[in-house]
Design a protein around this ligand. Structure first.
Ligand code: DP6
Length: 333
């Protein structure tokens, strides 16, 4: 039976997916736009087993040996394998192994890269070569909507076109078009207390949810234009507005969700100081305390040094826009 291995990257959203029409199928309330990363990747090997065989899920910590996954992770993986079996008309069992390039305790979302890698490797292990749109749709069905963007490289838009059943993401610019950097200032380790899934579930209970939706058409257009024109001064303010508003909605949801910690605010303040000193650096955050600082290669070293010096920052991961999944990665077993 055949085996396939894929490395799929994580992505950082400029316009966030926050709130779902249908959470299980990750049908978003709004369009989102992201940048696919290069260094933060999930590496997956999937082997198709004879029909009816039980799925096996293995994981490896950064640099460590493979061992059976814990029950929570195992269940999410096997649920998605069942979706893929149904969608691809297969009865195969699967042996799956996954390793992230970043420590799972780093507090960086791994579900986008993980489910993109699982989807790509599983379809390839079944001998299927599917178009990007179909792969994006299948990745979305994992329930991790952001995974639908991670099957492509460069800059990616996931529209909210309910008339198109695929509800798939699509690339809008290549990585070489605009080589942006993402310096990830780690200020928390360990799993976050409230999952993105719960955040989506509660989002519409915030009085600020509707206000953000009315702002989005303007923000989406500005982000598209900034990417087209490679204009960080245009992109930056929209990035920060959007990220702060995601957290405003989280903090005002019922019950509220607080993802930030004091070091998050320290990084935001430090980045404002860097801008006042003439550097181009702008913050965004996902559903967590860590801060992604978007900058250009000419300012990368100076910004990274300043972030590394900020109290509460335990590590700075240097990432940048990437070309998307690597389809013929080495096998993990
Ligand atoms: C804040 O439901 O895709 O990152 O599966 O945990 O990655 P995970 O979350 P998902 O929601 C993503 C929430 C977000 C914004 C975004 O990436 O668009």
């Amino acid at each position: 039976m055949s085996k396939a291995s894929v490395r799929a990257p994580s992505n950082i959203a400029f316009i966030k997916y926050w709130g779902a029409e249908d959470l299980a199928r990750a049908v978003p309330v709004n369009p989102s736009i992201s940048m696919t990363l290069a260094a933060c990747v999930s590496h997956s090997t999937v082997e198709a087993l004879p029909p009816g065989e039980t799925d096996q899920v293995l994981v490896a910590e950064e640099g460590g040996a493979l061992s059976p996954a814990g029950p929570g992770f195992s269940r999410r993986v096997t649920e998605h394998l069942s979706v893929l079996r149904r969608e691809c008309g297969s009865r195969a069992g699967f042996r799956v192994a996954t390793r992230n390039s970043f420590p799972s305790s780093a507090g960086i979302a791994s579900s986008a890269s993980g489910f993109a890698a699982l989807t790509l490797a599983t379809t390839r292990a079944l001998g299927l070569t599917l178009p990007g749109k179909e792969l994006s749709r299948l990745a979305r069905l994992s329930g991790s909507g952001s995974a639908s963007r991670s099957v492509f490289g460069g800059y990616v838009e996931w529209p909210q076109d309910l008339a198109d059943e695929a509800l798939a993401a699509a690339p809008i610019a290549t990585a070489t078009h605009w080589p942006l950097c993402d310096l990830i200032a780690l200020v928390e380790t360990g799993a976050k207390e409230v999952s993105s899934l719960d955040g989506h579930r509660r989002a519409a209970t915030s009085p600020h949810f509707a206000a953000r939706l009315s702002e989005l058409p303007r923000r989406l257009e500005l982000v598209r234009q900034a990417i087209r024109e490679r204009d960080l001064a245009l992109l930056g303010p929209v990035l920060e507005e959007e990220a702060v508003e995601l957290h405003l909605i989280a903090m005002s949801s019922r019950p509220p969700i607080f993802y930030w910690n004091p070091a998050t605010l320290a990084v935001l303040a430090r980045v404002r100081e860097l801008r006042a000193a003439g550097l181009g650096a702008w913050c965004t955050m996902d559903a967590g305390a860590n801060v992604h600082v978007i900058t250009e290669p000419r300012d990368e070293a100076a910004v990274a040094a300043a972030l590394g010096d900020t109290p509460g920052v335990t590590r700075v991961i240097h990432d940048r826009v990437g070309d998307g999944p690597e389809l013929d990665a080495p096998h993990l077993f």
